[in-house]
Design a protein around this ligand. Structure first.
Ligand code: ADP
Ligand code: MG
Length: 328
């Protein structure tokens, strides 16, 4: 199809850039694609400015710097994301917990080289982790962390929110087909241009990036995977990854190496993929079966695949190293 020109509506505009600590790739069809992408980039930068823990002027940094001191007014979108984060903390019984920040710092995730902290300091920092100490005031949009030393982190939810925002911008620009990829946090808008479903590969958790363990067929869905291969460091042959179990303060270790959520909204998928990862295969999949319109796929280190019942029709396992396992 090399003879098609860029202006032809069958050829997407593809743009790659770096925001929110990740590589973003937008593949957009339609005559407003260029404008829609420009708006999306603006919005993503704005979200990063408000919600990054690495920017000292962000809403989140304000809340963290004033922990145990004073409530801080945050923008309406930051408030929305915090509220969602607290909802998922409650729903998952604390498997998801945005007050995990002091431990992320301690482990050195996000600051280059990680290190394994001592068990006493982990215990000490665990005292700061409790989503119940996030005090929200919905009238004036303030947030306060109850105790000094507490800090929140949107790493497990911000990309999902951002993907939904990009989708909304695309819809407002009458875009009918697009692939929104925020560092593996995906949203597929509409069907493909040929009216078939998008085929989204799920990263093979034990192989090189770009090798897939299975494929999901979807349209108008968010597909988010949390994996132990995303961000980690190795010490003495042991892997320490960036999804922490708020009960122990250590990287979650329950056999799960990859947890995928298929949902209508990416904010839900992002938070729930972290929940699923921390809750483990059995408990996590049962938990998902209780939530409407959300599906999940878990892969464990012993090469088993667990899924919610509805997802089976849309998910195809490609690798015969892995076998389906019924819930126990
Ligand atoms: P990624 O797409 O970056 O792999 P995930 O959605 O899997 O992200 O979430 C991991 C990030 O979420 C971590 O980098 C950290 O910022 C934060 N996080 C880690 N553990 C938890 C947890 N148990 N609950 C909420 N957030 C967490
Ligand atoms: Mg997540």
């Amino acid at each position: 199809m090399f003879f098609l020109k860029r202006s032809n509506k069958l050829v997407p505009i593809v743009r790659e850039f770096y925001v929110l600590g990740t590589i973003i790739k937008l593949t957009v069809y339609g005559k407003n694609a260029e404008k829609a992408i420009e708006e999306a980039i603006e919005r993503l930068q704005e979200i990063d400015d408000k919600m990054s823990v690495f920017k000292n002027y962000s809403d989140i940094s304000n809340v963290n710097a004033n922990a145990g001191i004073l409530p801080q007014k945050v923008d309406i979108d930051t408030y929305f994301v915090i509220k969602k984060a607290v909802e998922y903390s409650e729903l998952s019984g604390g498997a998801f917990d945005p007050t995990i920040r002091p431990l992320m710092d301690l482990w050195g995730f996000g600051k280059g080289k990680g290190q394994v902290p001592g068990k006493y300091i982990i215990k000490e920092k665990l005292n700061f982790v409790n989503y119940k100490n996030i005090i929200l005031n919905k009238e004036d949009h303030t947030v306060m962390l109850k105790n000094k030393g507490q800090a929140i982190d949107f790493g497990g939810i911000a990309k999902g929110y951002a993907a939904d925002e990009v989708k909304n911008i695309f819809l407002r620009n009458s875009i009918k087909h697009a692939l929104i990829d925020l560092g593996g946090n995906l949203f597929v808008l509409g069907k493909k241009i040929d009216k078939t479903f998008w085929n989204i590969g799920i990263q093979h958790p034990l192989r090189m990036r770009g090798e897939y363990v299975g494929v999901i067929n979807a349209a108008n869905k968010s597909i988010v995977t949390s994996g132990n291969y995303e961000r980690y460091f190795m010490v003495d042959g042991k892997r320490f990854h960036h999804i922490l179990d708020p009960r122990t303060g250590y990287p979650s270790e329950n056999g799960v190496i990859s947890a995928t959520i298929v949902s209508d909204f990416s904010i839900d998928g992002d938070a729930l993929s972290t929940c699923l990862y921390v809750m483990g295969a059995n408990e996590g999949i049962k938990f998902l079966e209780s939530i409407d319109g959300v599906d999940g796929i878990v892969i464990t280190e012993d090469k088993k695949v667990y899924t919610t019942s509805r997802v089976k029709d849309n998910f195809k396992l490609l690798s015969d190293e892995f076998i389906y396992e019924e819930l126990g």
